[in-house]
Design a protein around this ligand. Structure first.
Ligand SMILES: [Zn+2]
Length: 413
């Protein structure tokens, strides 16, 4: 049975019908709608010979035994944000199902092929993303914190998980799933505007950005808006404002996809009749290269100290979160490039701004690569999320070509 990329679109439409409403996709993890999506997915894989298993973290696995226990993994996530799009996460697994069916129809593959539907990639209900993949990768270290999380209705995370057969304390047992894993492939919509602006349907993802998140506190002096001359002011907002603009120059100067965002600013006393005494500013900086990321942070700090001197302020930096860049596997990037060129003529390599389950698998030391397919208007996490049908079909074909190349590679080494 040959690959039928158009079937992936039909199935995605079916899933949208089953688990969405007029506001978009409603497959939030650990809900009945999500469970319905998993049941639907199980039915789609019936007859392929793949066996199903739900692991200790709630990840849904379909395993097609091969001549060897070494495994090629293809993954994605059926869960969505509330009012989400019809493609984010589920294109990956539904396309993966089509590839698995094509492989199964050819007889026993040389290595085992496993399709995984990761549990709770989005973290939409409890604010913790990449739940299932971080458990399987063994990088989950925040169980105590997770145990204390409640959703908006006051339901505790451990109770919500238990209702779907998952014990938080045992989630890390999912680590055994990655034993024997030799390669991991993930197709995803880009969720950004780059491929569309280049007029390309598909791209190869080099890795996921490293992230530095800082809280910057500026301290000046509250003073009367009427009686304080302009040259006598110690205005904390002036420092924050200068930095909010200078990070744009920093990102431009460092380049190579660098992004800097000052996404939050709280001023005190925050009244119309006072100069700002303190300004608490949030900064998010991302780059695919660790050295460049460190340089961006240093440049921002240097600027901040200069602005503090200019405005007669004190400034303090605090790191609130950081993660190293994660680079995907060079051999698989090469295969992905070939696969994309075969189906669409031109390949383009780009980093991923958002984190994905693939980043967790890569951190666990398993050779990993991702394919991106163009997103229209760069929109995602909204019902407006969309991709041209012909591009979706090309993406299924590219994933299949990539899977074939990877299987041949794994079988020969
Ligand atoms: Zn996703």
């Amino acid at each position: 049975m040959p690959l039928q990329p158009e079937r992936t679109i039909t199935e995605l439409e079916e899933l949208r019908e089953l688990t969405g409403d007029e506001h978009g996709a409603q497959r939030v993890a650990w809900t009945d709608t999500w469970e319905r999506a998993r049941d639907w997915f199980r039915a789609k894989l019936q007859g392929t010979g793949a066996t199903e298993e739900i692991d200790a973290a709630g990840n849904q696995w379909f395993t097609l035994r091969g001549d060897s226990d070494r495994a090629l993994l293809i993954g994605g996530h059926l869960d969505s944000v509330p009012n989400g799009g019809w493609l984010d996460g589920c294109l990956n697994v539904v396309a993966g199902a089509e590839v698995l069916r094509r492989i199964a129809a050819g007889g026993q593959p040389p290595v085992t092929v496993r399709l995984v539907n990761w549990a709770d990639e989005e973290g939409a209900r409890f604010g913790r993303s990449l739940f299932g993949s971080s458990a399987a990768a063994g990088s989950m270290r925040d169980q105590d914190e997770l145990a204390s999380l409640d959703d908006r209705d006051g339901i505790a995370l451990p109770d919500a998980l238990r209702a779907h057969g998952v014990e938080l304390d045992r989630a890390l047992d999912a680590r055994t799933q990655l034993e024997g894993a030799a390669a991991y492939l993930e197709l995803h919509i880009e969720q950004g505007p780059v491929l569309e602006s280049l007029g390309l349907p598909l791209g190869v993802v080099l890795g996921t950005f490293g992230v530095e998140r800082s809280r910057i506190t500026w301290r000046g002096q509250a003073a009367h808006a009427g009686s304080t001359p302009m040259d006598k002011r110690r205005d904390a907002l002036a420092g924050a404002s200068k930095l909010a603009l200078s990070i744009r120059d920093i990102a431009r100067a460092v380049g190579e996809g660098a992004v800097c965002t000052s996404g939050g600013l709280v001023t005190k006393p925050g009244i119309v009749t006072s100069v700002v005494e303190t300004a608490e500013q949030l900064l998010d900086q991302r780059h695919l290269d660790a050295t460049s990321l460190a340089r961006m942070l240093q440049l921002a700090k240097d600027d901040a100290h200069r602005f503090a001197a200019e405005e007669n302020l004190e400034v303090e930096w605090e790191r609130i979160w950081s993660i190293e860049p994660i680079l995907f596997d060079e051999t698989l990037i090469r295969f992905a490039d070939e696969a994309v060129r075969e189906v669409s003529g031109t390949s383009h390599q780009l980093p991923s701004g958002p984190l994905h389950d693939a980043a967790e698998v890569s951190r666990a030391g398993i050779p990993t690569v991702m394919l991106f397919v163009q997103s229209l208007r760069g929109l995602s996490h909204t019902k407006l999320e969309d991709t041209k049908r012909e591009h979706l079909e090309l993406s299924v074909q590219a994933l299949d070509n990539l899977a074939s190349k990877t299987l041949t590679w794994l079988a020969s080494n």
